[in-house]
Design a protein around this ligand. Sequence first.
Ligand SMILES: Cc1cc2nc3c(=O)[nH]c(=O)nc-3n(C[C@H](O)[C@H](O)[C@H](O)COP(=O)(O)OP(=O)(O)OC[C@H]3O[C@@H](n4cnc5c(N)ncnc54)[C@H](O)[C@@H]3O)c2cc1C
Ligand code: SF4
Length: 571
Amino acid sequence: MATKLPKVPVVVVGMGWAGGIVSAELTKAGIPVVGLERGKDRKTSDYLMAHDELRYQHREELMQDLSKETITHRNNEKMRALPMRDYGTFIVGDGVGGAGSHWNGQTYRFLPYDFEIKSMTDEKYGPGKLGADYPIQDWGLTYDEMEPYYDTFEKMAGISGETVESYGKRSNPYPTGPMLKTPIMKMFEEATKNLGYTPYVLPSANLSEAYENPDGISRGACQYCAFCENFGCEYGAKADPAVTVIPVAKDTGQLDLRTHSNVTEILNDGTKATGVLYIDMITGEEFEQPAEVVVVTSYVFNNVRLLLNSGLGKPYDSKSNTGVIGKNYAYQVSSASSMMFFEDQEFNLYGGAGALGIEIPEYVGDNFDHSDLKFIHGAGIRVTQYGNRPIANNVVPKGTPAWGAEFKSQSIKYSNSFFPVKSQGASMPYRYNYLDLDPTYKDAYGKPLLRMTFDYTEHDRELVKYISQKTHEIAEEIGADIIDTNDTQNDFNVNKDTNTHNTGGVIMGTDPETSAVNTYLQMWDADNVFVVGASAFPHNSSFNPTGTLGALSYRASEGIQRYLDEGGSLV
Ligand SMILES: Cc1cc2nc3c(=O)[nH]c(=O)nc-3n(C[C@H](O)[C@H](O)[C@H](O)COP(=O)(O)OP(=O)(O)OC[C@H]3O[C@@H](n4cnc5c(N)ncnc54)[C@H](O)[C@@H]3O)c2cc1C
Ligand code: SF4
């Protein structure tokens, strides 16, 4: 029997970027918030001298414990889904800061084209360019409406970068200047300029210089320490909710943050939530936390799972093509790449930062003509320098044996003499790619796991074929001695693929028949539930998602305040 606690105005489920921003904005406005986070508390000092590749990268200390909770996956509806027992892809965050503690920090805005993708595609290429099984839709708000929220997010996080004209109007330049260029970035820059492209340094949440944000939070500059992706930052230079928005919320005295608190259900009467049920993971006690507003910020997977396990919203059904919860799950395509090896050049590849890199804008969005192509959107083509690590990096040319003396000698020979021209491509939603509840497997608390049905589509495979030609041309211009280009998108493999950008499942829009939340991320079916995160994206862009989910979190915070004042649907 759960212990019933006193009612509060707002309960927030999950304390990553989405939960941290909502908590900061509401508490600054004087609204008390209970923040429930299943993981532990974290702070910068936890990461002092923590450059331990085995502990953080391979044993995934900062990630969700897969022995307690995971997802199941199948490539299509004819298969039986099996639990993901090891991380390959989807390294899901856990603890205060969420995946915002161990992310890389590449912080983009989506394009004006992204927000109006359906109208713009129909207008330029005629209706039905992709076919009925690709349910692309406009987001219900435009880039211009999103712009002030992007600006707020970038100022809070101190994003470093260079303005790119074709990416939409900005009200302000990036708050800090671009990161430094390393020799391999300069090689990419020179080659792409020779080919007529306009390279730019990636927008980064690894601070290029010391910065104080509008909330008065001061952070130091990035040291290019190379232990960034999968690691917390010991300098506080990487924007992380635990060093930006969450301390601000705590300082107001209005945030009641409860760690080790795993929410298992959103209690509701079918039209409104009444609160949440959660388990104290240390004592095993169960609590009911009543609230006027429930804000679900537990990442794409748990946002969908909590709604389905709570009977909130209409579950998506691929056969009848009805329902919305679980619909339009999308991933990204990163297979198009050209690995380059150099016989007589060495670089210092073991220095770097999570968001250090350089890219061209010519093949993103609709910046190129798709009339004769079987896909829309595109990919960022780039060179990055995150910093190699000795266990993870033993890259050898194609045809080298996978073990033995030759493998060892080639791996040593090229250890500082290789880098790829790679890409990150957009993925469109597909009718038969979706999230629902697994009929067989349950988590440690007896709740059904989330089941993912997903494989790459023809759209994705065509995009990889096209983009790989471009990565190859750039690699040739750079002048590598060996170029291994991959032009094929294999079937999706949950244990091998490496992109961590999941979107959809609780998508936003203007029509309750085709979307789960409105443009404030307020549920159509329960107006006191806000579901915040990349789960709201109707499709996945080629860019990393956090800038956009951060911007949407600011907009949702405004909506929640309005709801507390006025009640009812906000649109
Ligand atoms: C290795 C890696 C690198 C990345 N690099 C980039 C990048 O460069 N750029 C970019 O834009 N994005 C990047 N991302 C993605 C980025 O980290 C996420 O988009 C972002 O952190 C998501 O924020 P969120 O608040 O929605 O979810 P999360 O950060 O996942 O936070 C959700 C929180 O909810 C908690 N939670 C979940 N379920 C429950 C429950 N039932 N009860 C209580 N609490 C719960 C979790 O423990 C977690 O703390 C990266 C991700 C990874 C894994
Ligand atoms: S690379 Fe920079 S931002 Fe990343 S962990 Fe190291 S110091 Fe921090």
